[in-house]
Ligand binder design. Structure first.
Ligand code: KG4
Ligand code: ZN
Length: 347
């Protein structure tokens, strides 16, 4: 066993350098179908951000095939690391620490990024920082901004939907989450009903732009204060599509897409505002792949009129990327710095 693994790991506070010198993090992300590497300075400045997407491969199957994803990560990982160094014009000696997503995600995929990061950590004798993918999505909001806790975060991705109260850099509390489908999952499933290609969310978003958002109304699921349920909505859309397509096979799909988008983003935005009101927190941030949705961006942005400070990541930092991992490695105190850490698929 390498000597380094036997040593007591440094704490996060010991790794992150104080104000006088820059902290430069090399970060890797491989939890699903993007192999990504970024170099991030002091948590907010992205020196390079490389993403190799596997969308084309998985399109044929209509979804991510875990075994295929892991193999593609393996093929892409060395190249994205090399490109990240090249773009940032930084050499390994000038890196402060090396971070990687350790979960949640696909185990085979996570192993590729994490083991690459651990190997670099041993070879270059730099500390390793294991990152939670969900916290990283939220931390995307620190990039190029002045954001500081406390804030309320709406995290909407392919696998998760949560309202989180971030009190400070080491304390956050999940106020509510989905009890069935995640928001991104609901977008993807409804997109499939409308015969849109994988990944459905962005395609549905575009189609919805040409439809009437008030053409169809769906009943809202009854859930606890800050929890969500989208499986009933998905079934309602399925029944609607079945009915419309038997009446006329050229039914107006854009109206269905727009009505679904209006409904789901309305529920997400309304509960997020309620959480901010309840805890009297004046800053709201949006995060995760679904934060790329044009309507949820509009609805959350509109809370500025109610005197809230709103943070929404640039599009490229909404969907999976490694810059958010580098930012999280800097800001989040609740990280794992032990080289013995294992990957995990679920929370
Ligand atoms: O955060 P992410 O890249 O991966 C996970 O951590 O899950 O999120 C991917 C999800 C997918 O479900 C995708 O369809 C959805 O984000 N998504 C969108 C849009 N762009 C990505 N959903 C709705 N509208 C979009 N524009
Ligand atoms: Zn993600």
């Amino acid at each position: 066993m390498p000597q380094k693994i036997l040593q007591t790991p440094l704490t996060h506070k010991e790794i992150i350098i104080d104000d006088k010198k820059d902290t430069i993090i090399l970060a890797l992300e491989s939890s699903c179908d993007e192999t990504a590497c970024a170099i991030v300075k002091n948590g907010r400045e992205v020196l390079s951000n490389i993403v190799a997407s596997q969308i084309k491969t998985h399109m044929k199957f209509g979804g991510v095939v875990p075994e295929v994803a892991a193999r593609e990560h393996l093929e892409a990982v060395n190249e994205v690391i090399a490109k990240a160094f090249e773009e940032a014009q930084i050499s390994p000696e000038n890196i402060t620490a090396i971070a990687a997503t350790v979960g949640p995600g696909l185990v085979g995929s996570l192993l590729v990024g994490m083991n690459a990061a651990k190997t670099l950590s041993i070879v270059y004798d730099k500390p390793f920082i294991g990152i939670n993918h969900l916290n990283a999505h939220v931390c995307a909001n620190y990039i190029n901004t002045d954001l500081e806790p406390p804030f309320i975060a709406l995290l909407v991705s392919g696998g998760h939907t949560q309202i989180i109260k971030v009190a400070n850099y080491s304390n956050s509390e999940i106020l509510g989450e989905t009890i069935d489908d995640a928001a991104g999952e609901a977008f993807d499933k409804v997109a499939r009903l409308l015969d849109l290609p994988y990944p459905g969310g962005p395609h549905l978003d575009k189609m919805a732009d040409n439809g009437n958002p008030y053409a169809y109304k769906f009943t809202k699921a009854k859930t606890d204060e800050f929890d969500f349920s989208f499986s009933g909505l998905k079934t309602a859309v399925l029944q609607l599509v079945k009915r419309l397509s038997t009446e006329n096979e050229n039914y107006n799909k854009a109206d269905v897409a727009a009505s679904f988008r209006e409904n789901i983003t309305g529920i997400l935005a309304e509960k997020t505002l309620k959480a901010a009101e309840k805890y009297n927190i004046k800053t709201i941030v949006l995060a995760g792949g679904v934060a790329a949705n044009s309507e949820i961006r509009r609805k959350i942005r509109a809370f500025e009129q109610k005197q809230y400070k709103i943070y929404i990541p640039e599009m490229k930092y909404c969907t999976d990327n490694a810059a958010m991992i580098g930012s999280c490695a800097y800001f989040d105190d609740d990280v794992i710095t032990d080289l013995g850490v294992e990957v995990f698929s679920r929370l």
